[in-house]
Design a binder for this molecule. Structure first.
Ligand SMILES: C[S@@+](CC[C@H](N)C(=O)[O-])C[C@H]1O[C@@H](n2cnc3c(N)ncnc32)[C@H](O)[C@@H]1O
Length: 298
């Protein structure tokens, strides 16, 4: 595996140590989180990890989780590509659940579909032997696409067309049924590890020092791009407080993005800028921190 140094709430303890879950159940793309709550209540003796890149859904689920006093549910606001690739360990996961992943219909968007060969290889690596992947979609075209994407890695999974357990309906499934589409199911049972898997390049996320800091230089909606490397950033918001200013950003590369905060701390000799919330140190993040720092220092 490649070098892996994300940061997590500015603590010195590496995230790998925090994520030492045994046999977790992992739901990817939980939407409003109702299925996640069912999973966490039904399997209360297991850690349930739920991932979605949609911030309002994440906030809503955390709120519901607190109300119900669940203590086995861990919610991540992150792109699933990063989560599966960097934050899960090989042979760790008992089961993955994909309920109605976004179909991305337009031809130019098809590459954004999550369940493609490269991603499914990571899923295979992170599953324990015999571990399961439960997939539901109402889109026949996506269903066929997944079967095609499984073709080059057919030795990794046994593919079944029905589930071995009953799973409750989801919000999106109800919508599909109302609109006359029916659920299509795929169950993948892990048989083998992938052998030819390549890591994305990651870096240690460094803090940058600045002599001056003009946060008013950052405007809401400001976008920057590095077309050659396919990186982009968008400033969502800036927040000021007495001890720390925050810059809320979307930073992306290769069809996925991360939502993160940069903290700006005042020190005796100037300012320090560093990724504050949970961020995976792919190169686009270091690039974004440098670009933002340049603008702040103008
Ligand atoms: C069509 S909705 C289905 C929601 C829910 N599972 C349901 O069945 O009601 C797809 C969900 O997947 C999330 N999603 C799509 N691509 C994702 C990605 N790359 N990483 C994390 N979440 C993703 C979206 O934000 C959205 O909440």
């Amino acid at each position: 595996m490649g070098e892996f140094k994300p940061c997590f709430w500015d603590t010195s303890k590496p995230i790998e140590e925090k994520l030492d879950f045994e046999n977790p159940l992992v739901e990817i793309g939980f939407g409003n989180g109702d299925f996640t709550l069912w999973l966490a209540e039904r399997f209360s003796d297991r850690p349930v990890l739920a991932v979605d890149k949609w911030h309002p859904g994440v906030r809503a689920l955390i709120h519901k989780c607190r109300q119900r006093k669940l203590n086995n549910l861990y919610v991540f606001n992150l792109d699933a590509n990063l989560f599966v690739e960097y934050l899960l360990k090989p042979h760790q996961v008992e089961a993955f659940f994909f309920n109605y992943p976004d179909p991305f219909f337009k031809k130019r968007d098809i590459k954004r579909r999550l369940l493609k060969t490269s991603f499914l290889k990571w899923v295979a690596l992170k599953l324990r032997h015999g571990g399961r992947v439960y997939i539901r979609t109402d889109i026949a075209d996506y269903y066929e696409y997944i079967l095609e994407q499984l073709e080059p890695i057919k030795d990794l999974f046994e593919v079944r067309k029905d589930f071995d357990i009953d799973l409750p309906t989801t919000k999106y499934e109800q919508k599909a049924l109302r609109e006359g589409r029916k659920p299509l199911k795929l169950l993948l049972v892990k048989v083998k590890d992938p052998t030819d898997i390549t890591d994305r390049e990651v870096e240690k996320l460094r803090a940058l020092r600045l002599d001056r800091c003009n946060i008013e230089n950052l405007k809401r909606g400001m976008e920057l791009k590095d077309p050659q490397r396919g990186y982009f950033l968008k400033v969502e918001h800036t927040y000021r407080s007495e001890d720390i200013d925050l810059v809320e950003l979307y930073v992306g590369e290769e069809g996925f993005y991360q939502h993160l905060f940069l903290g700006i701390f005042k020190t005796k000799n100037g300012f320090v800028v560093k990724p504050k919330s949970f961020a995976v140190g792919v190169r686009s993040v270091s690039w974004a921190v440098e670009r933002v720092a340049e603008i702040l220092e103008k």
